[in-house]
Design a protein around this ligand. Structure first.
Ligand code: OGA
Ligand code: MN
Length: 196
């Protein structure tokens, strides 16, 4: 069972790479491209709330936030898979993951995301980051790797369709390397409950 493997890897290494986690990436990619053609994606910002800014030197991707209660079949399958993962992590690791937020992401050729952690200053509710790639027949020479800075050194993961990468949001530094092609993904975060 995939969830069990992910839970064990998160607990031992702080990250997990799962090729072929998700079968129907075609439908998700179509939904992303339709949204993009309709102009529904916007430049991703850096930071949170009023301090948020678009900064090309930090990140160059376009995003669209997704509705977890969506009835779109592709999104339903995706959010249901992530819900099963949330329950498995809570069951085994008692992390108290409470909700999941996710967005489509599109990196145009040349775009990157500098080395960073996923928590915000003053808001550490994000606990586990999950990136699902949607790029069919991606070739290594296209670039666009996710670079994880692990205790064992750097690990470069190609953004192949169906591959899921999960990691501890506050602990693992990572970056997105530039690609020569458009790079598509769904990125999300399991969050703990806000403090009262
Ligand atoms: C992010 C991020 C990684 C990727 O959106 O915060 O680090 O491989 N994405 O797209
Ligand atoms: Mn990140």
């Amino acid at each position: 069972m995939q969830e069990h493997r992910i839970v064990t890897a998160l607990a031992t290494h702080g990250y997990c790479v799962v090729p072929h986690f998700f079968a129907d990436t075609d439908a998700l990619r179509d939904a992303l491209l339709i949204a993009s053609d309709a102009g529904a994606l916007h430049r991703a910002g850096v930071g949170k709330g009023p301090q948020q800014q678009v900064r090309d030197e930090v990140r160059g991707d376009y995003v669209m936030w997704l509705e977890p209660s969506s009835t779109d079949p592709a999104l339903r399958t995706y959010f249901d898979a992530m819900e099963a993962l949330r329950l498995a992590i809570n069951h085994h690791l008692y992390m108290g993951l409470f909700e999941y937020e996710a967005h489509f992401a599109l990196y145009p050729p040349g775009a990157f995301y500098q080395k960073h952690l996923d928590g915000f200053v003053g808001d550490k509710r994000r606990k586990v980051s999950c990136v699902l790639y949607l790029n069919e027949e991606w070739q290594p020479e296209f670039g666009g790797h996710l670079r994880l800075y692990t205790t064992q050194g750097t690990l470069d993961i190609p953004p192949d369709a169906g591959t899921l990468v999960c990691f501890l949001s506050d602990d693992l530094w990572h970056e997105v390397r530039p690609a020569t092609r458009t790079r598509l993904s769904v990125t999300g975060w399991f969050k703990i409950r806000p403090l009262p």
